[in-house]
Design a protein around this ligand. Structure first.
Ligand code: PLP
Length: 414
C-alpha cells in the first residue's frame, strides 16, 4: 500500500473499509461456525461506546489511569467469584486465550524452577488441548507432551497421561471443554493425579469459563472443573468468547496471590528509566478492551448470561434433532456445551464434500479433520440460522451424494 498524497476524510475511508469487507462471510446472520459471539445490536452498541470512552487509554499506566486499574480489578474479581476461587486468589486481564495460556505455562515453569530446581520442564496435556499450549511451550522452552484421548468420549486418558509423567514434568492440563469435541476433561481425576505427583494443574476454560456456570444453573449436568476442585492451580477463561465481550479480553486466574507475585511478575530494573513491572506479554495494553468487557458484564448482568446460555443450549438441541433427521448424518456424542461435531454415518457420503456444498451457499463451515466432520461452535446469534442451516445441510447431503465428490478442501480449518 502507498500512503495517499493527502490524508482522506472519514466518508472516503469508511467507503474503502466497507469495500475491503465485501468478500467476508456474514456473521450477522449466523453463517459462520467460528470466530464470533454476538447477541444483539444493543450489546454491541454498549461495547462500542465503552471502548470509545477509553479508546486511547493505556492500561500499562496504572498511575495515570486508576480508572482502568479499578475496571480491571472488577472484571477479574467477577471471574474469580464465578469460578469459585478462594479468598486469596489473583488474576490478570489479558488479550485473549493464547496469552492467558502463555502466562500459565510461564508461571508454572518459573514456579517449578524456583521450588523444584527443574530446568528441562515438560507439561503433559491431552492431544485435544489447544495449540496455544504447544506454541507457549515452543517459545518458553517447555516440552508439551500431547497424549491421545483413546477413550470413546474424547476426554483425557488419565492412565495414558500418568504414563508420560517423569521427573521433569511440572504440570498437567485439562480443558473445560476442549475445542475439537466440546467435552470436559475429567478434572477431578486430573486433580487426583496432579496432587499425588505434586504437579501444577491448569484448566483451560477459554470456551467454558463464562458459559458453563450458567448452563449448569439451567439444570444440565456438567462436571466440576473450577477452583472448587482443590488441586486446580490456574484457569484461563475468555471474556471475548462466551463472556460476550469485545475482542482482546481474557482472564488468567491463579489460586494464590503469592503465585502471581513470585512467578508471574516481571520486575525489571536494569535500564535508565527505572522499574518496569508487568504481568502480561503485552507492554502497552488497550484500555478500551477492559472498559468494553466491564460494560458487557454490567449490561448483560446475571439475567443476560442466563439468556445466552439458554439460547445456545436450545439452539443446539434444535440443530442436533434436525441433523438426526437427515439420512446419512450423525452427531458425535457426547456434546456437553456449545460445540458439536457432525459426521457421515454412511461410507458412501463424504462429509468434506457436504462442507464444500455448504460453502457454495455462503456457510463458513468448521472442518474437523480427525475424525472427518463438521465442527460447529454455537453462540446466541445462531438462533437466526437454525432453519436455513438444516435446510441447506439436507440439500448439501443430496448434492454430495449426487456428485459422488470427495472434498477438495479438507485442511483449511483456520
Ligand atoms: C479451548 C481453547 N483454548 C484456547 C483458545 C485460544 O484463544 P484465543 O484464540 O483467544 O487466543 C481457544 C480458541 O478457540 C480455545 O477454544
Amino acid at each position: 500500500m502507498k500512503l495517499p498524497e493527502k490524508g482522506l476524510a472519514w466518508p472516503e475511508i469508511e467507503a474503502r473499509l466497507n469495500d475491503a469487507k465485501k468478500d467476508d462471510y456474514s456473521w450477522r446472520d449466523g453463517r459462520m461456525a467460528v470466530y464470533y459471539y454476538y447477541l444483539d445490536d444493543e450489546l454491541s452498541d454498549v461495547q462500542k461506546r465503552a471502548y470509545a470512552a477509553f479508546w486511547t487509554e493505556n492500561s500499562l499506566g496504572k498511575r495515570a489511569f486508576p480508572s482502568l486499574a479499578k475496571l480491571e480489578h472488577d472484571v477479574v474479581d467477577f471471574g474469580l467469584s464465578l469460578m469459585n476461587a478462594p479468598e486469596d486468589a489473583a488474576g490478570t486481564f489479558t488479550s485473549g486465550g493464547s496469552e492467558s495460556i502463555f502466562l500459565a505455562v510461564q508461571t508454572a515453569r518459573d514456579w517449578a524452577r524456583a521450588t523444584k530446581g527443574i530446568d528441562k520442564p515438560n507439561f503433559v496435556v491431552p492431544r485435544t488441548s489447544h495449540p496455544a499450549f504447544s506454541r507457549a511451550g515452543h517459545a518458553l522452552g517447555v516440552e508439551i507432551r500431547r497424549v491421545p484421548t483413546t477413550r470413546n468420549d474424547f476426554k483425557a486418558d488419565i492412565g495414558a497421561m500418568a504414563g508420560r509423567i517423569d521427573d521433569n514434568t511440572i504440570g498437567l492440563v485439562g480443558s473445560a471443554p476442549c475445542y475439537p469435541f466440546g467435552v470436559f476433561d475429567p478434572i477431578r481425576e486430573l486433580d487426583a493425579l496432579a496432587q499425588a505427583r505434586g504437579l501444577w494443574l491448569h484448566v483451560d476454560a477459554c470456551v467454558g469459563g463464562f458459559l458453563s456456570p450458567y448452563v449448569k444453573r439451567l439444570g444440565h449436568a456438567l462436571p466440576d472443573w473450577d477452583f472448587s476442585v482443590p488441586g486446580v492451580t490456574s484457569i484461563s477463561a475468555d471474556l471475548h468468547k462466551h463472556g460476550m465481550a469485545a475482542k482482546g479480553a481474557s482472564l488468567m486466574l491463579l489460586r494464590s496471590k503469592e503465585l502471581k507475585e513470585k512467578y508471574q511478575t516481571f520486575d525489571f530494573r536494569e535500564w535508565e528509566r527505572g522499574p518496569y513491572v508487568a504481568w502480561t506479554m503485552q507492554g502497552t495494553r488497550p484500555g478500551g478492551a477492559i472498559a468494553a468487557a466491564w460494560a458487557t458484564l454490567q449490561h448483560l448482568g446475571d439475567e443476560g448470561y442466563m439468556r445466552c446460555a439458554r439460547m445456545i443450549m436450545d439452539n443446539k438441541k434444535s440443530l442436533i434433532d434436525g441433523i438426526a433427521r437427515i439420512p446419512g448424518l450423525t452427531v458425535l456424542e457426547p456434546s456437553e456445551l456449545s460445540i458439536f461435531v457432525t459426521r457421515s454415518a454412511d461410507p458412501t457420503l463424504d462429509i468434506g464434500a457436504v462442507s464444500d456444498a455448504m460453502g457454495t451457499r455462503g456457510w463458513l463451515v468448521g472442518r474437523q479433520v480427525e475424525p472427518p466432520g463438521i465442527h460447529m461452535h454455537l453462540n446466541p446469534s445462531h438462533e437466526r440460522m437454525v432453519g436455513d442451516y438444516l435446510g441447506d445441510l439436507a440439500w448439501a447431503v443430496g448434492e454430495a451424494r449426487h456428485s459422488g465428490a470427495t472434498s477438495k478442501d479438507a485442511g483449511s480449518t483456520y
